[in-house]
Design a protein around this ligand. Structure first.
Ligand SMILES: Nc1ncnc2c1ncn2[C@@H]1O[C@H](COP(=O)(O)OP(=O)(O)OP(=O)(O)O)[C@@H](O)[C@H]1O
Ligand SMILES: [Mg+2]
Length: 259
């Protein structure tokens, strides 16, 4: 895929999506900037998860989903014919509400995607070791786990599992990382750790994070998009959106009057 020189990691053009006869996204136009964190906020059911799942085309795993319009990632429309979905999912990593490490070792978890996407003859142990160390350092787990790399990942504490789920995306050098309420299963301490970690990644990665927590959106993101009934109502610098919302619906939502 061609490298993108523009300032946007994702551009959405007239994106429409329905589940059967229920249209959830109604011709959305938007863009998400590179190398910063965008928070996606909005009431339950407004389509946040659906929108994220358009960016790696995993909505299509459901029956009866119809999508039209364009989503450009790294300058290429991922909905055009002939797009390699395996390559797309290497480029676009995703972190879910509940950590979902595989029931294999810490090492094999972090290298799982990398091995899947690297032909056998191009893999070597030294390179794997380097990728493993670098990924675990990025999520601040290296010192803690470097002597336990063969332990099962599913035995780690929940927040360590979530950090690991972030770490395993990094050896793939994703163009975009999607996080769908990544702290919703975690306590406040663990949430703070994950928030700091996300902030630390933002110089190198483009990240979109869905959250129901207004304080979290404010702490963690550079830009914020408020979504309602399948449309982005307002998308601006986070501080501006929270301090001087331009739309009454944004103001009502962030002040807790609905949702
Ligand atoms: N697989 C599906 N099949 C049918 N309808 C779906 C499916 N997934 C989501 N929907 C519907 O699409 C709409 C948007 O759902 P979505 O999960 O994207 O919202 P959300 O903003 O992520 O909500 P939440 O904040 O509760 O996670 C809802 O009306 C939901 O019921
Ligand atoms: Mg959701």
């Amino acid at each position: 895929m061609t490298a993108m020189t523009g300032e946007h990691a994702v551009e959405v053009r007239d994106l429409r999506l329905s589940y059967g006869s229920h249209e959830v996204l109604h011709g959305m136009n938007s863009s998400f900037r590179r190398n910063l964190i965008t928070a996606l906020i909005g009431p339950s059911g407004c389509g946040k998860t659906t929108l994220l799942r358009c960016f790696n085309r995993i909505n299509e795993r459901y029956d009866g989903v119809a999508t039209s319009g364009e989503v450009l990632i790294e300058g290429r429309n991922i909905y055009e014919e002939g797009v390699d979905l395996i390559e797309l999912r290497r480029q676009v990593g995703m972190v879910f509400q509940r950590p979902n490490p595989l029931p294999i070792s810490i090492r094999d978890n972090v290298l799982y995607g990398y091995r899947l996407h690297t032909p056998r003859n191009l893999r070597d142990r030294a390179h794997e070791d380097q990728a493993l160390e670098s990924a675990l350092k990025s999520v601040l787990l290296w010192d803690l786990l470097k002597d336990k790399l063969d332990h099962k990942a599913t035995e780690l504490r929940l927040e360590q599992q979530q950090k690991l789920c972030i770490a395993r995306l990094l050896p793939l050098k994703p163009a975009l990382i999607l996080m769908d309420e990544p702290c919703s299963a975690l306590d406040p301490d663990a949430t703070e750790q994950i928030e700091n970690l996300i902030r630390g990644l933002s110089s190198e990665y483009s990240i979109i994070v869905v959250t129901h927590n207004m304080a979290q959106a404010r702490r963690v993101s550079d830009e914020c998009a408020f979504m309602l009934l399948g449309e982005i109502i307002e998308q601006r610098r986070t501080e501006d959106l929270f301090v001087t919302p331009a739309d009454n619906r944004t103001a009502d939502y962030i002040e807790g009057r609905f949702g």
